[in-house]
Design a binder for this molecule. Sequence first.
Ligand code: FBP
Length: 351
Amino acid sequence: MVQHTATSVVTIERFIIEQERQFPEATGELSGILYDIALAAKMIANKVRSAGLVDILGSDGSENVQGEVQQKLDVIANDIIVKAMDHGGRLCAMASEEEPDIIPIPDGFRCGKYVLTFDPLDGSSNIDVNVPVGTIFSVLQKRTNGMRGEMEDLLQRGKYQKAAGYVIYGSSTMLVYTTGQGVHGFTLDPAIGEFLLSHPNIRTPEVGRYLSVNDSYEQIWDENVKALMRRYRGLDNQQKPMSVRYVGSLVADFHRNLLGGGVFVYPANRKTPNGKLRLLYEANPLAFIVEQAGGAATDGRQRIMDVKPTELHQRTPLYIGSKRDVDTAMAMLANNAGSTAPSAVPAGVGA
Ligand code: FBP
């Protein structure tokens, strides 16, 4: 594999082809899926960038399966991805945070050997205030025999992912992905409309600087979660205090910590006893990336990518980022493991 530097002018398409060449048995289907995702990302970036100028800010007035108000851009991004991915003949099914059930491949289009799960616009509640948002995706290989994708093909452990990545629509638009051969970042050059290699072989620092947590939930956390937060803050004199950074957009917080070192935590609490974030299209893809970059991800009980999914929109507690800090979470939570017994929630906490 050609060793590129951040100054090499390498498009994402060329990089994908070079990676594929290392697998003589490869059919090009996975590469094709990554191309189509890059195309969808450019189209979504265009919408996000002009969001304030055209009438696509604000809510769509409908609710998604999570009971969340859908933003207009949530729906637009979801449609862009479905339409970019459903006719390439590489997928046999999809699942999205914005859709209640499996998204089948329309009749008339060939079914392929992969399934795609995705969060079309993560952090969408931040769109109207111009805070970075993102798209997160995960690719798995079909397991069942039939032509069409089934629930069993989607509900696979994260460790079976063939590819995963995210796009961050921030000061620049970046696409970061892995196929199990390291983590690579590409920046969109809007002048030429190309994703160019800007961050080859991303490695995340072993020890984190940043702590990303919404501690307005502190009152409804378990005691061991509170003890862990005191540890990260250096309040029990076991480590140097970490600097708190929280955007409230998972992709933005994860991306900062991936490059600069840090831990993002969204523990379970009495209001969301199984956590808030979704296993299939938030926790699993980011866990694959962080592990490929030398970091780790846990639900407080086990490695995120060992969790056996049972539902499409399953939620999970999440501790993800620099290895030392995730190991600390595992050590301090393991005996009471992440999930919290639901009980009274003081009014207004986590509103
Ligand atoms: P979606 O926008 O995809 O539903 O993502 C959930 C999310 O917005 C994450 O991006 C973010 O990390 C988290 O929820 C913020 O939650 P809270 O407002 O409770 O801190």
